[in-house]
Design a protein around this ligand. Structure first.
Ligand SMILES: [Zn+2]
Length: 421
């Protein structure tokens, strides 16, 4: 059997966790031995003879901090992937995610702390942990402020990479920019500037354990895949100046474009809820799903494509055999599309005319990968739809929304237009 607790040159392997939860890295303060007491580390411990290093890390964190973690990757160091520790031992840093529990200090530690991307210097690390902790902090998912409607902010540049076609991608630790989501590309990326340089597009990217950046359609991973770092990529012209990694830059989102997209996105969701209400009478059976207002959720059951554009949106719906079997009568709806459009218009006029707060809920996770939900108050129940986009602060900001329906080969399409107040 190949010994897993030592390296090829016979040095003992000590595993340490780059444990990340909600965009923060866990640090733990040592109580022993006396020589290191009070210094902070990435928690872990020695790999036992015959033990798999991943299992060793899971075991150590369970024993020392009473948490369950899952290893999702590594933070490779300069010694064939490991980090220098001592003459007869190396540190192997593994990326992990929290599965269960809250870290509780035990015998080996007297304090733990979740550190944000700029808090690496807030604690005094053990000498051997300084470099891997810094590397791990530069590998956190991008913190995003667009859900709170931010238009400006400051970011620390983490990487600049060529994207081809004369463009470069800039990744920062925190940004107000909304990127296009490759999994559900409904709302285009924000435009604006970074350090005064025009941002031509904004995309979602991932970084793998070796620091390789994949962007847009090249991401090739499912949203939320924890083996990758999920980042916002600001696209700039490769010909001009680009700020260096480590520098702090001002980020400015173009407010006009953002507002027109936010109006359209909020309008698109209101139109979806109005569609659900106006088509409730075309269901011949109990529908498989209902929306937050209790109406049959035709929008979510049938939608196959959504395009949010400045003050406009386009949605394509497929009504196939499954949905017909489930009881939706497409032909009757299409025969009465005119009256349905009028009913939808009346509902939307009432909802936007009355106004009311609209917001994106994020549940404590500041990163791009967080689950987000758009929530607004409309008569007849709360409006609530899972959503990664941006929205107006109040429904009264949208103005007048009109929707038209037309048949397609697959089902039907909806065109939404916004006339701002
Ligand atoms: Zn949405």
């Amino acid at each position: 059997m190949i010994p897993t607790h030592v390296t090829a040159d016979g040095r003992r392997v000590v595993v340490a966790a780059a444990l990340v939860h909600r965009g923060r890295l866990l640090g733990a303060r040592r109580t022993r031995p006396v020589s290191v007491a009070g210094r902070w580390e990435l928690p872990g411990g020695k790999v036992e003879p015959g033990e798999d290093p991943h299992h060793a890390l899971v075991r150590e964190l369970r024993e020392e901090l009473s948490i369950d973690v899952e290893v999702v990757g590594g933070v490779p160091g300069p010694l064939e992937g490991d980090w220098p520790l001592s003459e007869d031992a190396v540190l192997r840093v593994l990326r992990a995610r929290l599965v269960r529990g809250e870290p509780a200090a035990g015998i080996a530690h007297d304090e733990t702390r979740w550190l944000g991307p700029r808090e690496g210097d807030a604690v005094t690390w053990l000498d051997a942990d300084v470099a891997p902790a810094r590397t791990a902090l530069a590998r956190l998912d991008t913190w995003v402020d667009f859900p709170a409607r931010a238009l400006s902010g400051q970011g620390v540049v983490l990487r600049v990479a060529p994207l081809g076609d004369g463009r470069r991608g800039v990744v920062v630790d925190r940004t107000p920019f909304h990127p296009l989501d490759p999994g559900w590309p409904d709302q285009p990326g924000d435009l604006g500037s970074l350090a005064g340089i025009p941002v031509l597009d904004c995309l979602t990217g991932t970084v793998d354990d070796h620091g390789e950046l994949a962007v847009g359609a090249g991401v090739g991973a499912r949203r939320g895949d924890a083996s990758r770092t999920w980042v916002v990529v600001h696209v700039v012209d490769a010909a001009g100046d680009v700020p260096r990694p480590g520098s702090t830059v001002d980020l400015e989102v173009d407010p006009g474009t953002r507002l027109r997209l936010s109006r359209a996105h909020s309008a698109c969701h209101l139109a979806a809820l109005a569609l659900n209400e106006a088509t409730a009478r075309f269901w011949r059976k109990e529908p498989p799903r209902r929306d937050s207002r209790g109406r049959p959720f035709l929008d979510q059951l049938a939608i196959v494509d959504s395009q949010v554009r400045p003050d406009a949106a386009y949605d394509a719906y497929r009504v196939g055999r499954t949905l017909r079997k489930a009881g939706f009568d497409l032909e009757s709806f299409l025969a009465e599309a005119g009256p349905a459009e009028e009913e939808v218009a009346t509902l939307l006029d009432a909802w936007t005319g009355r106004g009311g707060p609209s917001r994106v809920e994020v549940s404590g996770d500041p990163t791009l990968g967080a689950r987000r939900t758009w929530v607004a108050e409309v008569p007849g129940g709360p409006a609530s739809i899972p959503c990664g986009g941006t929205h107006v602060a109040d429904l009264a900001e949208i103005g007048r929304i009109r929707v038209s329906y037309r048949p397609t080969d697959e089902g039907f399409a909806a065109s939404t237009t916004v006339t701002p107040p």
